[in-house]
Design a protein. Structure first.
Length: 94
């Protein structure tokens, strides 16, 4: 499905943002590279899709940073976007 979406984006000169989980980077590296190469932005959706409001600060940091490291291995750049599972206010991250 993502391949078809990427084809439509490229055919129409459009861009999108894809939020990816770090633990999926080893499974779909070519898809992520393709999206990045056509100008799409790649964002962080945590490493394992855990509910960050139920984790301690160290585990939250691990989820975000480890995912970012996995993304960097595939597209060689970090990202500045983080999408949580849903809208959560996490005072510990501010």
């Amino acid at each position: 499905m993502t391949k078809r979406i990427l084809d439509v984006l490229q055919e129409n000169g459009a861009k999108a943002t894809f939020f990816v989980m770090g633990n999926r980077m080893g499974t779909y590296p070519d898809t992520v590279k393709s999206a990045y190469e056509i100008g799409c932005e790649i964002g962080n959706h945590s490493y394992s899709h855990e509910n960050l409001t139920k984790l301690d600060t160290d585990k939250i940091i691990y989820e975000v940073e480890h995912s970012d490291d996995c993304i960097k291995e595939v597209i060689s750049v970090g990202n500045v976007l983080l999408r949580l599972l849903t809208f959560y206010y996490l005072p510990s991250l501010i």
